[in-house]
Design a protein around this ligand. Structure first.
Ligand code: PMP
Ligand code: GLU
Length: 400
């Protein structure tokens, strides 16, 4: 029998990150001691002054009604000011900002606004799971350009140039990158900007949601480069740098025509984001940045801790992530091996094996465009990380 469901949803993959998190939660609720390193989400609490701002907003009683579709004006102004002063996107004004229900929603708005049936979007791969599915949902065709472990998983501007066709509408990357933690240097971004400038009908979508978790210095925004403001949609949000995943606040900074289009789409789909969450976000962006810096320092310490432990496992190959909170090791040396009744042929198989035998949840690299790899989130306590790595080492050692 034909399904009642649309082809649109039938052709869509479930989010692998959220699916693995669900599986880990289910096993935990059965009393199994799962260490969850699958979901990319800070293990810190939202900083106190942000929580206080939300409580004060409730007490004020002014933010219970529909919010303006593109976000409260003072929040849009604060975001534009931050982008001008910290990211050197000097042209950014409040009118260029659209606040949405998380950066995932921002990205969905952008692709819905840009893509016609059959348009191509080049994705720097490995890439965050949702890009390709959102592009397909919008009728677009994802075109992957692939980085390798040897070059820190960074595909190059030359690869981008080679992938551009008359149908190319946009290119998207994240830096710092989910899943690899790699950070584009200024020179690498300048080279990408040169390619974009050569092709007037192509936009670049710069996902900078991990900008505050960067271990190699400052984050460069491609929108700040000469001639690039009108060619860039900068995506950012509060989930990672301010430990606010559940509050659901993200934003774009885009040329006016695209910002207006995103506001129009949002006005028909979801309306403005939650008022209280936006007041909290305003406190985050305009208040004390020390808690965000302290969290970034903790991630760096944990990166170094896990790096030592991974390098101690025979067969795993890793690069050194420069930001975000993920390792993305190559585990292909274990393919073709077996233990405990499990035959490990793929990264999917290895994740299921490690979940069952080591009780550690990770995400397969297949979901991120890299079938030789797995993703490990180190946004967890030192104790959990040490224990998880001990279990992983033992379980991998038993594969033969
Ligand atoms: N971009 C990247 C690269 C991500 O890892 C995520 C996951 N949180 C998002 C966007 C979406 O973030 P959110 O919707 O929580 O703001
Ligand atoms: N972005 C995070 C991750 O990659 C959160 C889950 C999701 O939205 O995909 O794990």
């Amino acid at each position: 029998m034909n399904s009642i469901l649309s082809d649109r949803v039938l052709n869509m993959e479930e989010s692998a990150t959220l699916a693995m998190a669900k599986k880990a939660r289910e096993l935990k609720s059965q009393g199994i001691d799962i260490i969850s390193l699958s979901l990319g989400e800070p293990d810190f609490k939202t900083p106190q002054h942000i929580q206080d701002a939300a409580k004060a907003a409730i007490d004020e009683g002014k933010y219970f009604s529909y919010s303006p579709v593109a976000g409260y004006q003072d929040l849009r102004e604060a975001i534009a000011k931050k982008l001008r002063e910290e990211n050197e996107i000097t042209a950014a004004k409040a009118e260029n900002i659209v606040v949405s229900t998380g950066a995932k929603h921002s990205i969905a708005n952008v692709f819905m606004c840009l893509i016609n049936e059959g348009d191509e979007v080049v994705i720097f791969s490995p890439y965050w799971v949702s890009y390709a599915e959102i592009i397909k949902l919008a009728g677009g065709v994802p075109i992957l350009i692939e980085g390798t472990l040897e070059n820190n998983f960074k595909a190059t501007a030359a690869q981008l140039e080679a992938a551009v066709t008359p149908k190319t509408k946009a290119v998207i990357y994240s830096s710092p990158c989910n899943p690899t933690g790699s950070v584009f240097s200024k020179e690498e971004l300048e080279a990408i900007a040169e390619v974009v400038k050569k092709h007037p009908s192509m936009m670049v979508i710069a996902d900078e949601i991990y900008e505050l978790i960067n271990f190699v210095g400052r984050n460069y925004s491609i929108a700040s480069f000469p001639g690039m403001f009108e060619r860039t949609i900068t995506v950012n949000g509060f989930s990672k740098g301010y430990a606010m995943t559940g509050w659901r606040v993200g934003y774009i900074c885009a040329p006016l025509e695209i910002a207006k289009a995103c506001e129009k789409i949002q006005g028909q789909f979801t309306s403005g984001g939650t008022g209280i969450a936006q007041r909290a976000a305003l406190a985050g962006i305009s208040g004390d940045q020390a808690p965000s810096k302290a969290m970034a320092e903790a991630y760096l310490r944990r990166r170094n801790l896990v790096l030592g432990l991974i390098q101690d496992i025979p067969g795993i190959k890793t690069h050194v992530p420069e930001g975000a909170f993920y390792f993305f090791p190559d585990v292909s040396a274990f393919f073709g091996k077996s233990a405990h009744g499990y035959d490990v042929k793929t990264a999917d198989d290895l994740c299921l094996y490690l979940l069952a035998i080591a009780n550690v949840s990770l995400v397969t690299g297949e979901a991120f465009g890299a079938p030789s790899c797995i993703r490990l989130s180190y946004a967890a306590s030192d104790e959990e990380l040490v224990e998880a790595m001990k279990r992983i080492k033992k379980a991998l050692g038993e594969l033969a």
